[in-house]
Design a protein around this ligand. Structure first.
Ligand code: URA
Length: 230
């Protein structure tokens, strides 16, 4: 049993909000009758739902996609100002949503799925999935900075949890964090006096971006999914 707007969005034809609009505009029929009640409950084993006189069925296939996000794209489900969105790069008929987000100025590994449970599991702090970033900074990084980044810094009233930090070059670090506060890496670097010049996410758990070309994507296989939670 499932609410009508969720049924329609789960079929992949449109978002829940759009589905509500269709219902209000009399475009949705259940068992041959137009319905206007947003609270209508559908029994997916027997009810026939139609949108604009086409039968729609729930899509139970779960998909998982990895994108190499370029700089200049925003991660949102609902862009209203005509800015470039990461979803524009996913040229598939199936409806997916991003898992978490990367800032407009950040590039690298971003996942998409239609599996809400999977997304929640990945995002939940208790699961401590480490995300790895390569960070190019405006000046050389000292041992003291690495120590502070590792053990927690104040990013505006919040002390960050243990991070794993490694110097790659004088002004480049690799940082692994298991949290996902807004602009966290940039704020952490700022807290120790550094400015981020370039930020790229290269892995989530043990799943690596590898040599996926910038702006392109690929479907994840079972082995890939396992790597995330390893
Ligand atoms: N930290 C940031 O500052 N930006 C991101 O996009 C991700 C992590």
């Amino acid at each position: 049993m499932i609410r009508i707007n969720k049924y329609i969005s789960s079929s992949g034809v449109c978002s829940r909000r759009k589905a509500e609009e269709y219902i209000k505009n009399g475009k949705v029929k259940v068992n041959g009758k137009v319905i206007f009640d947003l609270a209508t409950i559908i029994d997916e084993t027997k009810d026939i739902v139609m949108l604009n006189n086409n039968v729609i069925k729930i899509n139970n296939d779960k998909v998982y996609i990895m994108l190499n996000k370029p700089i200049g794209y925003i991660t949102t489900n609902n862009e209203q100002f005509g800015r470039k969105c990461t979803l524009d790069l996913i040229k598939e008929n199936i409806r997916v949503f991003p898992i978490g987000r990367l800032d407009m100025d950040t590039e690298g590994l971003l996942l998409f799925t239609n599996d809400g449970e999977f997304s929640n599991k990945l995002m939940h702090p208790k699961n401590k999935i480490y995300k790895t970033y390569i960070v190019k900074l405006n000046k050389n990084v000292t041992k003291d900075m690495i120590f502070r980044l590792t053990h927690g810094v104040d990013i505006g009233g919040y002390i960050t949890k243990e991070a794993k930090v490694r110097l790659i070059a004088k002004d480049i670090i690799e940082i692994k964090i298991s949290e996902g506060k807004n602009r966290q890496v940039r704020k952490m670097c700022k807290a120790v006096g550094l400015k981020v010049l370039n930020l790229k996410r290269i892995s989530i758990g043990h799943l690596e971006l590898g040599n996926l070309k910038l702006g392109t994507y690929r479907y994840l296989k079972k082995e890939d999914l396992k790597k995330i939670f390893e």
